[in-house]
Design a protein around this ligand. Structure first.
Ligand code: PMP
Length: 450
């Protein structure tokens, strides 16, 4: 790290607490300073270029340096830089975006509600669900089921939904009334000789057993990502959604599809909901909604959710919820332009076109002796590594491999010992090959060093 007292590295360590870091280690090692980006690349302050193999945090769909988004933001800044959507006020960009999202929804949706992060969207979904249960005169229907390894955010309620130990440990989470059913990861969870179909049925049975043990009349909703992202890129096993959805219907449990990663093309359809034929009552959206150029997230809710919520707000006189920046006009204008680009360039079709190359190269990584599995769909995937000695502490091998990728000019993210790939949707076939060439060389380097 650059030790000069006025260097950006030293000032970062002096003044900033970072997300998802060992703070003491960060004091020793210092940050990686990213200065600029274009297309699928970012560049650090030493001029080293990297393929951003994670699209930032699974989010920059249209790539870095997209001028149209800069111009859309500037135009809106000049006209109306800020206004809110409280107490009946509105503005063009939020109306246009709400209309657009309701029209894009692959299942009938009634209203859009705007928030500023994936966590806030899921947190708001919980509040809508609780409010609705009260509106329906069923105050006992408050429990929510999510899944082990699911990721839904880090606010107190959304972190409780998240099914990962690091988001609970030392935070005194999860809060009560949030339950976690089994993870749909076939390889690590299957019993000896169990087929993928049978495993999927067992996951659904686990869910039903939990519902029955708790009392179906106490369960309000089930939250799930169509494909798990931060839990290690877990593509559901064959037959999983076909087995799970009828159970939700049987007990009249709302289904929230967390499309924060899957939404806007990632899985080869506009939404993961289409890829897996889901019928959610609520969809939560963020990341690729604005390509994360500005913070923006949204919920889409169907009439079954909206109706009782609207009635209750009428009865008590207010839906007492809202964020200062809900539907922020500049973020909404950027999201609208971003969606225009996704449609005009047919980025969803592009994902389908290059996904076979992406998956071929991803699965080829799993042939390496250090790899145990690869998982992927569309333009999202992970290869899981294993080394008997190192993997005793999960994440050590992953972190080392991350360093090797970094040296080679690729930014990936290790979730434990799984290395994730989730590049901007605009990535070309050649760039997909370049990305996996670096990854292949990195794994080989680590393997030789062991
Ligand atoms: N849901 C999913 C599926 C996510 O991947 C994330 C973020 N990685 C979130 C929710 C939380 O989003 P945010 O970090 O914007 O709060």
């Amino acid at each position: 790290m650059n030790q000069l007292p006025n260097s950006i590295e030293a000032r970062d360590v002096a003044f900033q607490l970072h997300s998802y870091m060992d703070a003491r280690k960060h004091e020793e090692n210092g940050p990686l300073v990213i200065e600029k980006g274009d297309g699928i690349f970012v560049e650090d302050n030493n001029g080293k270029r990297y393929i951003e193999g994670m699209a930032g945090l699974w989010s920059v769909a249209v790539g870095f340096g997209e001028k149209r988004l800069v111009e859309a933001a500037a135009r809106q800044m000049e006209k109306l830089p800020y206004y809110h959507t409280f107490t009946g006020k509105t503005h063009g960009p939020s109306v246009e975006l709400a209309e657009k999202l309701v029209a894009m929804a692959p299942v009938p949706m009634s209203k859009a509600y705007f928030t500023n992060s994936g966590s806030e969207a899921n947190d708001t979904a919980i509040k809508l669900i609780w409010y609705r249960s009260n509106a329906l005169g069923k105050p006992e229907r408050k429990k929510i089921i999510s899944r082990v390894r699911g990721y839904h955010g880090v606010t107190i309620a959304s972190a409780s939904l998240t099914g990962l130990p690091n988001n609970h440990r030392s935070f005194d989470l999860p809060i009560e009334n949030i339950l976690h059913t089994s993870s749909p990861h076939y390889r690590s969870m299957k019993k000896d000789g169990e087929s993928e179909q049978d495993f999927a049925k067992r996951c659904a049975q686990d869910l039903e057993d939990m519902i029955l043990a708790e009392g179906p009349e106490t369960i309000a909703a089930f939250f799930a990502e169509p494909v798990m992202g931060a839990g290690g890129v877990v593509v559901p096993p064959e037959g999983y959604w076909e087995a799970v959805q009828p159970i939700l219907k049987k007990y009249d449990i709302l289904f929230v599809a967390d499309e924060v990663i899957c939404g806007f093309g990632r899985t080869g359809n506009m939404f993961g909901t289409e890829t897996f034929k889901l019928e959610p009552d609520i969809m939560t959206l963020s990341k690729a909604l604005s390509s994360s150029y500005l913070p923006m997230s949204a919920l889409l809710v169907n009439e079954k959710v909206y109706g009782p919520v609207a009635d209750e707000s009428h009865k008590i006189g207010v839906w007492g919820h809202g964020y200062t920046a809900s539907g922020h006009p500049v973020a909404a204008a950027v999201a609208l332009e971003n969606l225009k680009i996704i449609e005009e360039r047919d980025l969803v079709g592009h994902v389908r076109d290059i996904s076979p190359t992406f998956l071929k190269r991803l699965h080829a990584l799993s042939e390496h002796p250090l790899a145990v599995e690869s998982r992927g769909i569309g333009l999202i995937g992970a290869v899981e590594l294993h080394h008997d000695e190192m993997s005793k502490t999960p994440g050590v091998l992953g972190a080392r491999t991350n360093m090797a990728f970094h040296e080679g000019g690729l930014i990936s993210r290790n979730m434990g010992d799984s290395m994730a790939f989730c590049p901007p949707l605009i990535i070309s076939e050649k760039e997909v090959n370049d990305m996996f060439d670096i990854a292949e060389a990195g794994i080989e380097t680590i393997s030789k060093a062991l």
